[in-house]
Design a binder for this molecule. Structure first.
Ligand code: ZN
Length: 138
């Protein structure tokens, strides 16, 4: 069983370090304290390929989902930002306006006036779909 530091596991699995810790907490990933380390760092057991496949499937579903607008915090405060593409290669979401966040939360039910104006302008400029009807080609 291969064991990696949280940093290395994050690179290997293409997810943020925060996600790695979250998965350890939730039991999705197994980890143990490194007994050789002075600082008691965590070593993450690398899961089999099927684990990453499961995660990729989740991201593919995200990618295929209709909305491109996302909350950038759990509390769903501030503005929703526009994400052109969610993908396994992006460790962190990269919004049109340049805003960065470590994770994203579904914006289902948000109001149009809650959209980030910078994202909105850029999406419009680039002819990207803004509304669900336009995305589905209705
Ligand atoms: Zn934005």
């Amino acid at each position: 069983m291969e064991k990696l530091s949280i940093q290395d596991a994050s690179r290997r699995l293409n997810i943020s370090q925060r996600d790695v810790r979250e998965y350890i907490r939730s039991g999705e990933l197994k980890a143990e304290r490194d007994s050789d380390s002075e600082h008691g760092r965590w070593l993450v057991e690398m899961p089999g390929d099927d684990w990453q496949d499961k995660f990729k499937t989740y991201l593919d579903e995200l990618d295929a989902s209709i909305t491109r607008w996302w909350w950038t915090n759990k509390q769903k405060t501030g503005y929703v930002h526009y994400l052109e593409k969610t993908g396994i290669e992006n460790v962190e979401p990269d919004y049109l306006c340049g805003h960065r966040s470590e994770n994203l939360w579904s914006s289902a039910g948000h109001e149009s006036n809650q959209r980030c104006i910078e994202c909105l302008m850029r999406a419009t400029e680039q002819g990207l779909p803004l509304f669900e009807e336009e995305v589905s080609g209705g």
